[in-house]
Design a protein around this ligand. Structure first.
Ligand code: HEC
Ligand code: HEC
Ligand code: HEC
Ligand code: HEC
Ligand code: HEC
Ligand code: HEC
Ligand code: HEC
Length: 251
């Protein structure tokens, strides 16, 4: 069965509020906690188009390779984002460290002035995702993040991904699914622990097979298959037709 019987909707909706309030990190309220700091962070880099305000990743390296936080550089060199450093077609705002942290000249001229560089720890989920989406918005897979339930509820790209300190070898994940999802979705964890369930915890199916955590055009961030049908038919193609699955899905 689905992880959630339709008949239990109301109880579970209530539960999910309780569990999110109680167990989950509550990104929406976090993002509001320090508006002034955030406003300053944006203002500093409102216009990043002046090419002379960029110094290039090699310059960042001169200091950051030897700092106590030197793993920021080392990890970057080994990450998929390193390819942006080698991009010869686009301007400096698309290259390396500065493609995410914004222009670095003032930070460098100030001998590493912390107030003159964009930091993610001071950014709202909207600001963070806007930075990432500059490059990642052009695919169906991620292009809906702006209108996703996740962003609307204050979840940022970096709640799930870490460009510098990924724990998983693939996709810069902080944690592997479904463990990634469970701290914020305790009710779903309980559902997949029931006797009849899709074997998500066993690794046979991923949350991701049915949902797109980057948002979709369907309710509940559900995926469709290539033909635009409900996600179930991706695997249960023999059931295409007005049968039980549709009832389950749309009841
Ligand atoms: C002249 C040396 C120097 C250069 C060059 C340099 N930095 Fe820094 N950077 C520093 C110092 C010093 C700090 C402060 C470290 C601290 O106090 O923890 C810092 C801090 C930072 C921070 C963290 C700010 C914070 O609030 O914690 C970021 C992000 C950063 N640098 C990015 C960059 C980028 C991107 C470049 C290249 C455009 C760069 N730095 C080039 C010296 C430098
Ligand atoms: C793909 C985007 C991206 C690139 C490229 C990138 N960073 Fe970061 N950086 C982040 C994010 C996101 C964080 C905050 C969370 C974390 O640690 O992953 C961060 C955090 C940092 C911090 C700690 C202060 C803070 O903002 O929280 C430093 C210092 C830093 N980066 C330096 C660098 C340097 C130096 C480079 C180039 C070698 C670089 N970054 C390239 C995204 C990026
Ligand atoms: C709620 C968690 C979550 C959030 C938030 C999230 N992602 Fe992801 N992302 C994932 C998962 C899970 C995967 C792994 C997909 C897979 O296994 O196929 C992934 C994969 C990716 C990939 C590689 C997948 C591919 O098809 O190449 C990119 C790039 C990516 N995410 C970018 C982003 C960006 C940019 C944001 C913010 C705008 C973001 N993600 C927000 C969970 C998240
Ligand atoms: C300057 C453009 C640019 C920016 C800004 C950018 N990325 Fe990327 N990202 C890339 C490129 C290029 C790749 C490698 C794509 C590939 O291998 O197909 C990549 C790959 C990824 C992947 C997949 C890693 C893998 O193992 O395949 C994830 C996840 C990701 N980025 C997340 C982010 C997040 C989160 C941010 C914001 C903090 C961000 N990116 C900002 C260009 C960018
Ligand atoms: C077999 C497909 C499938 C898998 C696998 C799956 N889901 Fe779902 N999920 C659904 C469907 C379908 C709904 C909508 C149910 C409804 O509205 O009655 C849903 C609803 C949800 C909701 C919304 C619940 C609500 O009360 O509105 C969340 C959150 C969710 N899933 C998270 C997850 C997480 C986390 C995982 C992995 C641990 C996961 N799902 C795995 C199909 C799936
Ligand atoms: C940092 C916390 C956090 C993480 C991690 C997280 N989510 Fe969510 N998710 C939320 C919040 C907050 C909501 C909005 C409230 C709700 O609907 O439960 C949400 C909503 C959803 C919904 C319902 C969408 C809708 O339109 O109602 C689905 C499906 C979902 N998440 C799937 C996932 C999956 C799959 C993962 C893991 C890849 C994941 N989430 C990881 C916080 C998170
Ligand atoms: C990624 C592939 C995949 C997707 C997507 C998927 N399923 Fe399944 N489903 C399976 C597998 C595999 C089984 C067999 C049970 C097992 O071994 O976990 C199964 C079993 C079931 C069962 C139990 C009936 C039986 O024959 O044992 C139902 C009901 C079901 N799925 C409904 C759905 C619905 C509804 C959706 C869409 C929300 C869906 N499935 C999406 C792979 C999938």
């Amino acid at each position: 069965m689905l992880h959630r019987p339709v008949t239990c909707s109301i109880i579970l909706v209530v539960l999910s509020f309780v569990s999110l309030a109680g167990n989950a990190k509550s990104p929406a309220s976090e993002s509001q906690e320090d508006n002034s700091k955030t406003a300053a962070n944006t203002q500093k880099h409102a216009s990043d188009s002046d090419e002379s305000s960029y110094v290039g990743t090699e310059v960042c390296k001169t200091c950051h390779e030897d700092m106590p936080s030197k793993d920021f550089f080392k990890n970057y060199e080994a990450s998929p984002h390193f390819v942006t450093t080698l991009d010869t077609k686009k301007g400096p705002e698309w290259h390396g460290c500065e493609s995410c942290h914004g222009p670095g000249k003032e930070h460098v001229d100030g001998g590493g002035d912390k107030s003159k560089i964009f930091t993610f720890k001071d950014a709202t989920p909207q600001q963070t995702s806007a930075r990432c989406l500059r490059c990642h918005q052009y695919t169906d897979e991620h292009g809906n993040y702006d209108r996703s339930t996740h962003l609307a509820n204050g979840v940022a790209c970096i709640d799930c991904h870490s460009p510098h300190h990924a724990k998983e070898s693939q996709f810069l994940m902080k944690v592997k699914s479904p463990e990634l999802c469970y701290p914020c979705h305790m009710d779903v964890r309980a559902q997949f622990a029931r006797p009849f369930h899709h074997r998500v915890n066993e690794g046979l199916i991923q949350c991701n097979d049915c949902h797109n955590p980057h948002g979709s055009f369907r309710p509940k961030q559900l995926r469709t298959n290539a033909a635009g049908d409900a996600v179930c038919f991706k695997c249960h193609s023999e059931k295409l037709g007005p049968y039980e699955y549709q009832r389950l899905l749309f009841a």
